[in-house]
Design a protein around this ligand. Structure first.
Ligand code: NAG
Ligand code: NAG
Ligand code: NAG
Ligand code: NAG
Ligand code: NAG
Ligand code: NAG
Ligand code: NAG
Ligand code: NAG
Ligand code: NAG
Length: 693
């Protein structure tokens, strides 16, 4: 080889290195990682040639294995970089990348030692070593390696505006501050299908959240119906139990609305999908309060005058509750379950405590699982809840004081409502914000400091504890659905959770004012939108790329019924069309239908999650009406025949605990898949769907 070509080779090498070495630090991401020590070498340039390899000695051990996680990682890298291809994952005894074949190697190394803030060992930590052509992710278990892959995918996403994505050379060492970093979803008062829940797991996992606490049974709370003298309203008050017993089971009638329940197959698939993203589903079956659904099935178990409470003293009550757990415990893959056990009669403290302790032993004996309960101060001088039950604190002062609980030996999870509660669509008297309050999370702790799982009180430092408290397991934020099925679409629930989960993830992984690397609020605000948009493996934003300008599609004269290639489009969007219904059947069929919503011709009624929202507008016959539907994440309205002065909003009516009715706006994704279907007779023309309201 002659001198000239060698010189050219060096030049190419230098040019290749230059842009890489210009970025010697990682860009901020969520959650931030604990520590990065820069190396001396060149950065690692990501490219479609990268090979993801898993250590042959340990990559196929566990469930999921490092190999399973690596394969998801590879797909996610493709998703955030828009590379058309990265070769499938392979196992290899060791790995060293080259310029033409850079390598990301994943290995399990039990000799490493990662700890939580309280010093306990965690298998969720990881280390990433980056040298010029090789990145090595090491962890003590596959789950740690998985969180390491999130760090790289996030970095690829935030660096994606540069021509060459690079990872600076050096070493990242990272582990979570707390073991429990979860979110609770009230799936008792609102129905959610498992594909939506699976998308939520995928989204949350991008931010290293590791639990979805699924509140799977509950009822609406309407005091007049429940406790009104002689009022039989409780018999029809909405109550639900979401696990569908197999055909012929003695529990069949526990689930009257089969269309709003999960089969074992669906639920197993949900758990598997979530586990493959590092998220454990912790199911909750709530008794002996919040149990209207059981009393609608077996009214003889009811407490006098309290149809949502079970009377634990009846001989049949506890065996019935146990039979429910007997049926469903084999479904559950988590090592812990929640038995709820909140808001029961203080006057029945001894019954309550014996029940809780008995269930703990029963579930342990039956399945090896331990249990959690919601914090409930049940005053008894004779008995106490056993210390092997984790208490999920949510409320002062009815709840036990969490610092006292921890002092006396209980393990505690922080779900304090002041910081961590949301309610679907709206809350009574503005008690809770639409999404977690950024002010509270960044500055709401005493002294203007940031919230973290060790903070229970905004005002009283004596109610807070140290990050190193060995009894503090972590935190679970909660989204309740007090106003039931028709208050929100499932996507509206996601809108409330999306940013909340990200900020919660930062604080439960990194704490507040613990690590120097902790994000500032400004850094969070800057990077969150990029990460939300890039979050792989799901499309809860229902983003669809426009075909031209901001136009998603345009059909001047569609042949009805028409099927498009677009299933659903998230707001903001505008859908315009002209329609004339047939005079023979002016109320029949749908104008538009899609994955998340349907627009019926009758009364211009939107349907979402099985609920109907009528605009109360009847289309005139023998003429075309022009309709423009404008939607944001806050509302959906129609402009009819260009009358922009008259915005007609689709709304819902919410029954606020039987006190009063409240009107709320509805946001619908665009029903984009079908035009003029399900028996629609008439004509639809000039259909244009574009981004932006
Ligand atoms: C990353 O960049 C590519 C090329 O500019 C682009 O096509 C792609 O949409 C970007 N991906 C994300 C998630 O921003
Ligand atoms: C891991 O580190 C912690 C804290 O540094 C220490 O207490 C513990 O003994 C170590 N464990 C192992 C297995 O090395
Ligand atoms: C619960 O059942 C017991 C046993 O039948 C009965 O004595 C008691 O009054 C009941 N309590 C309530 C609150 O219904
Ligand atoms: C919990 O602790 C109690 C003592 O408080 C003990 O009797 C019981 O066996 C323990 N149960 C489990 C499930 O470990
Ligand atoms: C703080 O704890 C005290 C008892 O230690 C309790 O009485 C009080 O309700 C708590 N208040 C708040 C706001 O945390
Ligand atoms: C399930 O069926 C009931 C009764 O027909 C209906 O009211 C409800 O809207 C349905 N739910 C869904 C999600 O379709
Ligand atoms: C249309 O809406 C009106 C008023 O909201 C209602 O009275 C009527 O029953 C509805 N018609 C149909 C077919 O749903
Ligand atoms: C929603 O459900 C409540 C009962 O929870 C009912 O009162 C209300 O009318 C419903 N709203 C709509 C728009 O159907
Ligand atoms: C619906 O949204 C519009 C626009 O923000 C607002 O003016 C109106 O008050 C909202 N309606 C309800 C019931 O919240």
């Amino acid at each position: 080889m002659g001198n000239i070509s060698r010189l050219t080779g060096w030049l190419i090498l230098i040019v290749a290195i230059l842009p890489a070495s210009s970025s010697s630090a990682f860009l901020p991401q969520i959650p931030t990682f604990a520590a990065f020590t820069p190396g001396k070498g060149a950065a690692f340039p990501l490219s479609p040639n990268v090979r993801v390899l898993v250590d042959a000695h340990n990559g196929l051990i566990g469930s999921p294995t490092a190999f399973d996680f690596a394969e998801t990682f590879r797909q996610d890298l493709i998703s955030v970089t828009a590379y058309t291809h990265i070769p499938p994952v392979q196992v290899a005894p060791h790995a060293e990348g080259t310029k033409s074949n850079p390598v990301i190697f994943i290995t399990i190394n039990p000799k490493l030692n990662f700890t939580l803030f309280n010093g306990k060992t965690t298998n969720e930590g990881y280390q990433i070593d980056i040298v010029q052509h090789t990145v090595t992710i090491s962890a003590t278990a596959p789950i740690g390696a998985w969180w390491g892959t999130r760090t790289l995918v996030q970095q690829a996403a935030v660096a994606n505006d540069s021509k060459q994505i690079t990872f600076p050379s050096g070493r990242i060492v990272d582990s979570p501050g707390w073991e429990v970093r979860g979110f609770m979803l009230d799936a008792g008062r609102h129905w959610f299908d498992t594909s939506f829940l699976s998308e939520l797991c995928t989204y949350a996992s991008f931010f290293k959240i590791n639990e979805l606490h699924l509140h799977a049974s509950d009822n609406l709370w309407n005091p007049a119906f429940l406790y009104g003298d002689g009022n039989e309203g409780w018999k029809n008050l909405y109550a639900a139990f979401r696990f569908r017993p197999p055909g012929g089971s003695a529990l069949s009638s526990l689930v009257p609305r089969k269309n709003e329940s999960w089969t074992q197959t669906d639920f197993l698939a949900l758990q598997t999908n979530c586990a493959r993203r590092g998220v454990t589903i912790v199911p909750e079956i709530d008794t002996p309060g919040h149990s209207l659904v059981i009393n609608q099935w077996k009214p003889q178990l009811m407490e006098n005058g309290q149809p949502d409470h079970l009377n634990l003293s009846f001989p049949e009550t506890i065996p019935t509750i146990r039979s429910i757990w007997d049926e469903f415990l084999p479904w559950f893959q988590s090592s812990e379950v929640s038995i709820g056990a909140d808001e029961y009669d203080a006057s029945l403290a001894n019954d309550y405590i014996s029940f809780v302790n008995g269930m703990s032993d029963y579930i342990q004996a039956k399945s090896g699982k331990s249990i959690r309960i919601w914090g409930t101060n049940e005053p008894s001088r004779m008995l106490s809840v056993s210390k092997n039950i984790t208490i999920q604190h949510w409320n002062f002062p009815g709840d036990d004081i969490p610092v006292r609980l921890m002092e006396s030996g209980y393990e505690v999870i922080n779900s304090e409502q002041t910081f961590l509660y949301l309610d679907g669509k709206t809350s009574e008297g503005g008690q809770f914000p639409q999404e977690l309050s950024q002010d509270l999370i960044w500055n709401g702790a005493p002294g203007g400091k940031g919230w973290a799982p060790n903070i229970f009180s905004a005002s009283d430092p004596s109610n807070n504890t140290n990050v190193a408290n060995p009894k503090l397991r972590g935190s679970i934020m909660a989204l309740w659905n007090d106003w039931g099925n028709n208050a929100t679409t499932k996507l509206e629930i996601y809108y409330q959770l999306s940013r909340s989960l990200a900020v919660f993830a930062e604080k439960t992984w990194a704490g507040s004012e613990v690590r120097e690397t902790g994000l500032t609020r400004d850094q969070f605000d800057a990077v969150y939108p990029i990460l939300n948009a890039a979050a792989p493996g799901q499309n809860l934003n229902r983003v669809v790329a426009p075909t031209q300008g901001n136009i998603i599609y345009s059909f001047p004269a569609p042949h009805l019924p028409s099927t498009t290639s677009v299933s659903s489009v998230g707001p903001p969007y505008t859908l315009t069309f002209s329609v004339t219904p047939s005079s023979h059947s002016p109320d029949e069929g749908v104008l538009f239908a899609g994955l998340d919503s349907t627009l019926h011709v009758s009364n211009l009624t939107f349907e979402a999650t099985g609920q109907l929202y009528s605009l109360g507008y009847t289309l005139p016959q023998h003429k075309y009406t022009t309709i423009a539907i404008h939607a944001t994440r806050e509302y959906t309205y129609a402009i009819i025949d260009g009358n922009t002065e008259d915005r007609r909003y689709w709304t819902t009516l919410m029954d606020i605990w039987g006190d009063f009715m409240a009107l709320g706006n509805m946001s619908f994704a665009a029903p984009a898949q079908k035009i003029g279907a399900n028996g629609f007779m008439g004509d639809i023309k000039d259909v244009v769907l574009r981004l932006g309201d």
